[in-house]
Design a protein around this ligand. Structure first.
Ligand code: NDP
Length: 417
């Protein structure tokens, strides 16, 4: 029986609050705080309508450490679930330390003025959380989050050594609009316009954004789709926590229409994050673009199809080479029926609830700042299946190359960029 405070009232928060409200025996009292009160009220009214539960709402600017500390002291939650934006990570960690409250998030810190997310700013808080006897859990979404837990499950149960991990993220959903992002457009576009980075033999390699392409035949009736190499934050924590791993890559699918629009928006400067002068006012072009684009939550009723996110892992077991695939399929319309959100928010909000559940039930404990790779994967994955995101795993023939290079005929080992 625990009181929690959720910060942020966007797509991910909506799902997490729905899922927490479904488990009153764990989340006995839910507080929701965000910048725009109407968004908190909308979620509270859905929760009242669906589950007959009252959640308490608060208006808060989470960048104001004093105001957040004061709210935490008033509420005294057993856990803060940070589901606002990565820009708030450090301020919320400061507030948690000041008020003595454990912390959980789904995305690592990114300074607003630089599109470069890294764990080092949050890892620097380890000793302070340790001294305060508090736990901070980083990256409890899907990617990062479940993808890292999948890797640790594979290491624990299916491999003696892991050589390479390819995280493959496919949104095969269709919303019928020429260009829209399925989560916060500013965060999404900063991510996809950044250089591609991957880990090889102990070093980071870099490429031009979206310049390396492969194809993968997805399960669940999705079929073959093109994939693009990107940098994603869990590559950094996997490089640290998967012993001896030689190669780590992250791939994402994009539609033809998305890529064409992105190219034009980049070419005309609308994805820039440096301020420009516009009619005597300073504006950030990407923030202006965000105001023009469809709100991600508006896509939920119209998105059909599935997401498929998983890991393709190579290594050895009992002296033999092994190729293993673990993944989840999530249906956009099923997510919408249950939580009024599409599958991108659903696949993030459910693991946020499940990470919180492990912390509140004492299955995952610790003093300091932890990545999800440091926790036992078993209870998390059992709960993941139980609470809406069942996963599947299979062994593939290690002589095959599932990531096909369209520019070269597939041969064993040809899936390296
Ligand atoms: P949204 O943009 O839909 O929601 C963000 C919410 O945070 C909004 O309610 C917003 O309020 C609020 N917010 C922003 N700034 C502040 C502030 N200073 N104080 C208080 N509230 C604030 O984003 P999503 O729900 O799509 O994403 C939420 C988080 O989840 C992000 O950090 C994102 O990076 C992460 N994410 C992680 C994924 C994973 O798999 N690990 C996948 C997808 C997302 P307002 O409405 O007033 O702007």
């Amino acid at each position: 029986m625990s009181r929690i405070l959720v910060i942020g009232a966007g797509g991910v928060s909506r799902v997490a609050v729905h899922k927490c409200a479904q488990l009153p025996e764990v989340f006995s009292e839910i507080h929701l705080a965000s910048r725009t009160p109407a968004k908190c009220q909308a979620i509270a009214s859905e929760i009242r309508g669906r589950y007959g539960r009252e959640i308490r709402i608060h208006t808060l600017d989470a960048d104001d450490v004093r105001a957040t500390t004061q709210l935490l002291r008033e509420i005294q939650p057993a856990l803060l679930l940070h589901l606002a934006l990565p820009y708030q990570d450090l301020n919320l960690m400061e507030a948690c330390l000041a008020a003595g409250v454990p912390y959980l998030d789904t995305a690592n810190y990114e300074p607003p003025e630089t599109a470069r997310f890294e764990y080092r700013w949050q890892w620097a808080y380890h000793e302070r959380f340790q001294k305060a006897g508090l736990m901070a859990l980083l990256g409890s979404g899907f990617d990062p989050g479940v993808t890292s837990v999948f890797a640790m499950h594979a290491l624990k149960h299916h491999f003696d050594e892991i050589h390479s991990i390819d995280i493959i993220d496919c949104n095969a959903g269709q919303h019928g609009l020429p260009f829209a992002t399925n989560f916060n457009p500013e965060i999404n576009l900063r991510e996809v316009t950044a250089p591609g980075r991957w880990w090889k033999e102990g070093q980071w390699q870099e490429t031009e954004p979206l310049s390396v392409q492969r194809s993968f035949d997805f399960p669940g009736g999705i079929g073959p789709k093109p994939l693009y190499l990107m940098y994603h934050e869990e590559l950094e924590s996997l490089a640290k926590f998967v012993p001896g791993v030689k190669e780590l890559r992250f791939w994402m699918t994009f539609s033809e229409s998305y890529l064409q629009h992105l190219k034009v928006l980049e070419n005309v400067g609308l994805t820039r994050i440096d301020p420009i002068d516009f009619q005597g006012r300073s504006i950030v072009p990407l923030q202006f673009l965000k105001a023009l684009l469809p709100k991600p939550e508006s896509l939920a009723p119209r998105t059909i199809g599935q997401t498929c996110i998983g890991n393709l892992i190579r290594g050895r077991k009992d002296g033999q080479p092994r190729l293993y695939y673990i993944y989840n399929l999530c249906d956009h319309q099923a997510a919408f029926r249950e939580t009024n959100s599409q599958a991108i928010s659903y696949t993030t909000g459910v693991p946020a609830m499940i990470g919180a559940k492990q912390m509140l039930e004492g299955t995952w404990t610790g003093r300091g700042v932890f990545n999800i790779e440091q926790m036992d994967p078993d209870p998390f994955l059992a709960d993941l299946s139980r609470h809406g995101l069942p996963w599947e795993e299979k062994l593939l023939d290690p002589a095959t190359t599932p990531l096909i290079d369209p520019a070269a005929p597939p041969t064993p080992g040809a899936d390296s960029p």
